[in-house]
Design a protein around this ligand. Sequence first.
Ligand SMILES: [Cu+2]
Length: 138
Amino acid sequence: MALTVAACGSSSTAAGPSAPATTAAPAPVPGDTLTATLSDFHIALSSRSVPAGTYTIKVSNAGNTLHALDVAGPGGTVAASPSVLPGQSTTVSVTLPAGSYHLYCPIANHRAMGMDVVLTVQGGGGGSTVTTVAGSSY
Ligand SMILES: [Cu+2]
């Protein structure tokens, strides 16, 4: 009876590197530049979810008509780019506390035509993290 069960660690599984082969772009961190590409009539955002902080948003107009980018959060508009001609770009700096933001084109009815994208800003005093340091009197 050939009961040769090679039980002892002859693990000949295809020795692939166990590095996660995620090709996703690294998550942005505060200080990074986000990219908003405006077209007729759509906004492509380089990231839809970022940690709270200050960012530069590069606003590029890849469309054929004038566009711009406003950033509106829970407390109102936090940034507004100048109007950007087709083929041009500009940058705006914006500080984003945690919350949900709309990035949209304020020109004419472009927002209603689809130029509106939601950016989620996470963490940092948002309120849902209950870190109750109850005064246990020592
Ligand atoms: Cu527009």
